[in-house]
Ligand binder design. Structure first.
Ligand code: 5GP
Ligand code: ZN
Length: 142
């Protein structure tokens, strides 16, 4: 896609600092470095977000995750863990609309990275859970 910054990185038209590449995916350092080693894994094929993946593309992209995660972990003994994050849609903090997976190494609880999961369990009942799950189940298609 001509107007896509990650397609330009994949094509080599914009420089990037690569950590892994094969025929189907590229992994490179995120310019923001939320933490040191923050890496983006992208399919070389332009696809906007996870909603547009088919099973083959999912297998291609997600099968690369563990070895890149292990390489990041092994690259620095200070790394204690790793968050994997995939934002889909502007409301979900997606800003580049070429699908990508963030791998964010963690150096402790004061490494200036956080995720907030609101706890709404007090308002949830077995009935509301079942209604929610049924609505999702009805939409699962291969
Ligand atoms: P999103 O917000 O879409 O989940 O993440 C997009 C990420 O792409 C951001 O973390 C941002 O720092 C990164 N990014 C945007 N433009 C560039 C670029 O030109 N080069 C690199 N390496 N990262 C970029
Ligand atoms: Zn693209």
């Amino acid at each position: 896609m001509t107007d896509c910054i990650f397609c330009k990185i994949i094509a080599g038209d914009i420089p990037s600092v690569k950590v892994y590449e094969d025929d189907a995916v590229l992994a490179f350092l995120d310019i923001s470095q939320a933490t040191k080693g923050h890496t983006l894994l992208v399919p070389k094929q332009h696809v906007a977000d996870l909603f547009a993946y088919d099973a083959d593309l999912a297998a291609t992209v997600f099968s690369r995750l563990p070895k890149i995660a292990r390489a990041i972990q092994a690259s620095d003994p200070a790394i204690q863990g790793l968050n994997v994050l995939n934002n889909n849609g502007e409301v979900a903090y997606q800003s580049v609309f070429h699908s990508h997976i963030h791998l964010i190494p963690r150096y402790g609880t004061d490494d200036d990275f956080s995720i907030h999961f609101g706890d709404h369990s007090a308002t949830v009942t077995p009935e509301t859970l079942e209604t929610t799950a049924a609505a999702i189940r009805a939409k699962v298609v291969d």
